[in-house]
Write a protein that binds this ligand. Structure first.
Ligand code: C5P
Length: 290
């Protein structure tokens, strides 16, 4: 039996996120620096008679799965249609990331499924076709497909390589409360902000934090109004030794702390779990290089 094709679906972290405008169709224009953390879900693909998906892993029970609405199955079907092949594969998703959490879990899973199935089916849509296919699945899918530090703008469809980033470690904290992205965008108040891309290459994590302090997550206030635990998560992160910056990722509720070394990050994660044993909290390296 051939071994499964295995692709990691790393957690996506918006180091900052400015809302710069709104399109007539209701989608918001964003400016964001996106990185990936070395913790994530896994997608495995093996040949099958038809398209099937099984889900396991610690956060699998949170997923309302196994219907046609599932983004992994949608991604597989769209890829098969685009390439004129039969959608035949067995996909196994191992869920470790919280669901509806602002760290792109579903989007990363869809991107990983596309990568795994392109290999299994030996198909390769052109780069623009693949980009459009990914975007049709969700605004965060193209950046997850890229899987490297990226300046993301437009509605999430415009991607550019980020400047080189220094080694850094992240602590991700989620109160295990799912948050709907449309609800957060709807609750957002205030005007639009200018794009402010990071153009320098910070020499270390401290300089990266200094750059990020000049920016913010413009969805944070709205998300905190819906889930007050986000405010607690940010305070808990801020209070940990070595935390250079604490912010929310995406539309929440996951928050991250930025650290200069892995020991500080791990201690911070342990400290937060001691205070909030029921929460989801992990330390992970920031994947600084592609
Ligand atoms: O594309 P995705 O399914 O991730 O988006 C979910 C919802 O989030 C959209 O229907 C929209 O309400 C909101 N959204 C937005 N602007 C973006 C991305 C998402 O308003 N750039």
């Amino acid at each position: 039996m051939t071994p499964p094709i295995r692709v990691d679906a790393w957690a996506k972290v918006n180091l900052f996120l400015h809302v710069t405008g709104k399109r007539p169709d209701g989608y918001h224009l964003l400016d964001s620096l996106v990185v990936f953390a070395g913790i994530g879900d896994t997608v495995e693909a093996v040949p099958g008679d038809r398209l099937t998906l099984t889900v396991s892993g610690p956060t699998a029970p949170l997923l309302d799965t196994l219907n046609d609405d599932n983004i992994v199955l949608k991604a597989a079907q769209k890829l098969a249609d685009a390439c004129g092949v039969q959608a035949r594969a067995h996909l196994a998703l191992t869920k470790r990331l919280p669901v509806a959490a602002g760290i792109g879990g579903g989007s990363a899973d869809a991107a990983a499924a596309l990568r795994a199935l392109m290999e299994l089916w030996q198909v390769a849509p052109s780069a623009p076709d693949l980009h459009d296919l990914a975007l049709s699945l969700g605004a965060d899918v193209p950046v997850c497909l890229r899987g490297a530090p990226t300046r993301m703008y437009g509605i999430g469809d415009k991607l550019e390589a980020a400047p080189a980033l220094p080694p850094a470690w992240l602590v991700l904290v989620n109160p295990r409360i799912g948050l709907s992205t449309p609800a957060v965008f709807k609750a957002r108040q205030g005007c639009f902000r200018d794009a402010l891309p990071v153009t320098i290459s910070p020499v270390d994590a401290a300089q990266l934090a200094a750059e990020l302090r000049r920016r913010d997550n413009d969805l944070s206030a709205a998300a905190q109004s819906l889930v007050p635990e986000i405010t607690q998560a940010l305070s808990l992160l801020d209070a940990t030794p070595g935390c250079l910056l604490a912010r929310m990722s995406g539309s929440g509720a996951t928050c991250f702390g930025l650290y200069a070394d892995p020991a500080s990050a791990q201690q911070a994660a342990d400290q937060i779990l001691a205070h909030r044993p029921g929460w989801w909290c992990h330390a992970a390296p920031m994947l600084s290089t592609p």
